[in-house]
Design a protein around this ligand. Structure first.
Ligand SMILES: N[C@@H](Cc1c[nH]c[nH+]1)C(=O)O
Length: 421
């Protein structure tokens, strides 16, 4: 039996000191890219009324949501993603505000996925939403931002797959599928379960040509030529318009000079149902799942009372971090510069020095001298501390650089003079 007192539940985990420090570094880097593109931070609550995320909104499957009651019997949900919360927020607080609105966020999301997938059930998303513009320029801006964010995070090799929800929707409309049939098909395609796709299609009354297009979706993958290939497969107006839009976005991405990170995948469908146009997913080595998801969702905000188009993405920081770790890309860690060890005789000077160092921007730990120098050195090394000042008495202060193990002895006065410089 699992010891529930000492273990965390499946799908959630503690981060140790080094992991936390690296995660915060990543968040800072990515947040600063968001700011450089003129996006501003907002925060929404971790749980909300279930209505914000229910089936109509098109977020994750109801079984994947953590739901509970408040004392008045309202159903609440731990947010499975942040986009519907932003849609609610913007529709409420920016109801009559001019668009565009550019907002960004970093926060935890919760999905109660099937346990055998070994996936995290709580994960941090860093995302942006660009609200109020439906143009290929906005699509390209968002994709360029993803590429910049991942580069600044330290990734060298990654790829953004572009798809079009409109292409798939055009085909399903032509096939006469209703909303739930479309959803079933989309989920099988998303899971890349083409045996189930074939079986499902055999139940529907549609032309063999159209069936074949659905089955060929996984082949519509690769460089920009894929768009031309896809054009030849359909006469559907909506599907063709989607392809035109995709091509225009690609041309703008060439102006950004980021086309090397782009590939196309018209079999890309997202289990989130609110997407209406371009969709994207980012991949890199060292993690089997996507590190970025996003797309255009032009009808979601209308459901909250503000009828404006929108596009956005979210980077899954935890997945990005494990990829970075596996790719052996180093991230700077927060470190403690100095440990000052003192006794009653040297307390006053130790406090003075430590406060001076801190006000100069150094990270300083202090400790009472109850262990000898060797024990302090051992402790400092374990804690990754830069150096030790061992204030035994006024004549003899021992300085140890823990990286080089250089030792020197100085008098207290000299040390205080140095601190004041
Ligand atoms: N909320 C989406 C990502 C996204 C942000 N904006 C648009 N899409 C997700 O969790 O996958």
């Amino acid at each position: 039996m699992i010891d529930r007192l000492l273990h965390t539940p499946e799908g959630v985990r503690d981060l140790n000191i080094s992991e936390t420090s690296k995660k915060l570094e990543l968040q800072n880097r990515i947040g600063s890219v968001f700011h450089r593109y003129g996006f501003r931070d907002i925060q929404t609550p971790t749980f909300e009324y279930y209505d914000v995320f229910n089936h109509e909104r098109g977020t994750v499957d109801i079984r994947e949501m953590y739901k509970f009651f408040d004392r008045d019997g309202n159903i609440l949900t731990l947010r499975p993603d942040i986009t519907p919360s932003i849609a609610r927020y913007v529709s409420t607080y920016f109801k009559n505000e001019e668009t565009p609105i550019r907002v960004c966020y970093i926060g935890n999301t919760f999905r109660n996925g099937k346990s055998y997938q070994g996936k995290l059930r709580e994960f941090t998303q860093a995302g942006v939403e660009l609200i109020g513009i439906n143009s290929e320029d906005a699509d390209a801006e968002i994709i360029a931002m993803i590429i910049n964010s991942l580069s600044i995070a330290g990734l060298k090799k990654f790829q953004i797959d572009l798809g079009q929800a409109g292409f798939f929707k055009g085909l399903t409309e032509e096939a006469g599928l209703d909303v739930s049939e479309e959803e079933e098909l989309r989920n099988f395609i998303d899971e890349k379960n083409f045996i189930a796709v074939e079986e499902l299609l055999s139940k529907y009354n549609m032309s063999d040509d159209l069936k074949q297009v659905f089955l060929d979706l996984p082949k519509l993958f690769g460089s920009v030529e894929v768009i031309e290939k896809a054009r030849k497969l359909t006469n559907n107006k909506k599907a063709l318009e989607s392809l035109d839009r995709l091509e225009k976005v690609y041309n703008i991405l060439c102006d950004y000079g980021v086309e090397n990170n782009i590939s196309f995948d018209l079999g890309l469908v997202n289990s989130l149902n609110y997407y209406t146009g371009i969709i994207f997913r980012g991949y890199t080595y060292g993690t089997g799942v996507s590190i970025v998801d996003g797309g255009r969702y032009d009808t979601l905000l209308k459901q909250f009372g503000k009828d404006v188009p929108a596009i956005g993405f979210a980077i899954v920081i935890d997945e990005l971090m494990s990829a970075i770790e596996r790719q052996k890309i180093s991230l700077p860690e927060y470190n403690i510069d100095t440990l000052i060890v003192y006794n009653q005789q040297t307390r006053k000077q130790a406090i003075k020095l430590s406060e001076e160092f801190r006000s100069n921007g150094m990270n300083v730990q202090i400790g009472l001298l109850d262990k000898n120098l060797e024990e302090n050195i051992e402790y400092g090394k374990k804690q990754n501390i830069g150096g030790i000042m061992f204030l035994k008495n006024h004549d003899e202060v021992i300085l140890v650089n823990l990286e080089t193990m250089d030792k020197s002895i100085v008098a207290m006065n000299e040390l205080l003079d140095r601190g004041e410089e």
